[in-house]
Design a protein around this ligand. Sequence first.
Ligand code: UTP
Length: 290
Amino acid sequence: MTTSITKVVFPVAGMGTRFLPATKAIPKEMLPVADQPLIQYAVQEALEAGITEFIFVTTPANQQILGAHFNANAELEATLAERGKVAELKIVTETALGVDQVKFCHQDQPLGLGHAVWCAREFVADGPFAVILPDDLIMARPGCLKQMVDAHAKLGGNIVAVEDVALDMTHRYGILDVDHDDGKVVSAKGLVEKPSPEEAPSTLSIIGRYILDGQVFDHLDRKLAGVGGEIQLTDAISATIANVPFHGLRFEGARFDCGSMNGFVEANVVFGLARSADPDALKARLKVHL
Ligand code: UTP
């Protein structure tokens, strides 16, 4: 039960069509919320949860950009040191991950989230491993993944982060067919990907955090297309429900859907206020416009 989770997969090979043209030349995960790119919040959440190996599923072009962000940058560090910019130097050095800690693999075509995770199989097939979708940004203390790792130590199996969504939004999410719900931990007898409100077995939706057993690859290996013609991660989790315990965790915290324009702007306001050196001035400026 207490297998430690040391690896995280970041599937960041999507097309980010909802953010064109911002995502024409950079991955969606490099869009900044306040002063940090989305991917950096995700890495920090993983570090807090005890993760030591970071696997990015991306494209060759985006690997350059992500790699540059997480590599040490000796030239920049030297310039900041020369100019006595101590605080800035600390920010830059803290961003760097060890070379051995970072792995990249490529998804040649955006065939779906399940396929993206499958692309990372050689690094994580032994499981268990975590998956974070950085565009689901979560403000939580402790971080959402840490909450899930703690739950996994007790429950084992597959665990996903869940929250209730409006009935008219079920078509955007993987939805749980609930078996038992104690208000915090939910066990489910099935999962339905992107059901219409009429077909949705509940409104309890999976958001972008998973702890998965290596058995998901038994299904992903078959590369079966699901809803929308994409290879769905929820189908693989659903296929293992009889063998691997499955739980949803109602995490404590606030989630921002940074894959959508409104969620992204909302996150910028909330994280901007939290990270600003002068939040009152920012609030006052916002009031001028609202
Ligand atoms: P989304 O459903 O948000 O798709 O993917 P997207 O391509 O990023 O964005 P839109 O909808 O076109 O605007 C959820 C997560 O799964 C990854 C994405 O990078 C994102 O982190 N993903 C999705 C892949 O890595 N590969 C895929 O084939 C699909």
